[in-house]
Design a protein around this ligand. Structure first.
Ligand SMILES: [Zn+2]
Length: 189
């Protein structure tokens, strides 16, 4: 019973910390973290078909830390993600299904302890759901392809959107930008 209470306090503290507003800071330490491993049978950076797999199946497929956050809506410890202070140029994907979620140029240092972005890669990449848990009114963000829990979005982010997508790093995958991808993006500007 005592353990349960301690666990609840930790969850509450983590949730409250996620609410803090962002502050600008520039210290960063780039690292090479190109992700090449495939984590699930449905993992794809290009397939846009919806993924519908039961939680029981996900539990068998996903590493337990990813499963806890993605399927049980857990929150990783603040400042525990390798992506929290990470400034490589590239794309962030859903670690569960590979769906493209955020571009590195929309990432900013929020000072909250979780990787933060001000804009998703496209409208379809994210699903928004009202979340009234822990006595708070928040908006949950889920992966638009596999509905994995990613984090929450708050309205205290920087311009141009004023939004702060506060994302659990454990459900993110990162791939460095390739020359072709950069050229493609330039041609669309
Ligand atoms: Zn996904």
């Amino acid at each position: 019973m005592k353990m349960l209470r301690i666990n609840m306090i930790i969850v509450l503290m983590a949730t409250l910390l996620q609410q803090c507003s962002y502050s600008q800071s520039n210290h960063s330490k780039p690292a090479n973290m190109d992700s090449t491993e495939k984590k699930s049978p449905v993992y794809s950076n290009t397939d846009t078909s919806k993924v519908d797999i039961s939680d029981t199946e996900w539990q068998k497929i996903l590493p337990s830390d990813v499963y806890q956050v993605a399927r049980l809506k857990g929150t990783e410890r603040p400042w525990s993600s390798k992506f929290e202070k990470f400034n490589e140029v590239g794309t962030y994907y859903c670690a569960v299904c590979g769906n493209p979620l955020f571009k590195s140029d929309t990432k900013f240092e929020s000072g909250c302890g979780w990787p933060s972005f001000y804009e998703p890669i496209s409208k379809e990449s994210i699903i928004y759901t009202p979340d009234h848990s822990h006595g708070m009114n928040r908006t949950e963000v889920q992966c638009g392809r596999c509905k994995s829990h990613l984090g929450h979005v708050f309205e205290d982010g920087p311009p141009p959107t004023g939004l702060r997508y506060c994302i659990n790093g454990v459900v993110l995958d990162f791939a460095k930008a390739k020359k072709a991808e950069e050229d493609y993006n330039k041609s669309r500007q």
